[in-house]
Design a protein around this ligand. Sequence first.
Ligand SMILES: [Zn+2]
Length: 84
Amino acid sequence: MIRSEPPVRTCTGCGRKAPQEELLRFVADGSELRSSPRGPGRGAYTCRRLACFERAVARRAFARTLRRAVHVDPALARLYTRTR
Ligand SMILES: [Zn+2]
C-alpha cells in the first residue's frame, strides 16, 4: 500500500523541515518577493513565525533560495503573527 505523504519543505529562516501546508510560501515576482501560497516556479518557505522571516531577511536567505536578488518589502511581516 502506498501512502502519499504531504510534501516537506525547509524554512529559509531556521532550517526546520515541515509539511508545506504549515509554512508560508514566497516567490520572486521580478525582483520583488511576493507571498504566493501556490503556483509555478521556485518557492521559498518560512515557518509562520515572524522571527523566521526576520532571520531569513537578515541572512538574505530568500535570495539564496530563489537564486536571484529579491527586494523584501518589510510590509510582508504582516503575514506573520508575532510570537514571544
Ligand atoms: Zn523557521
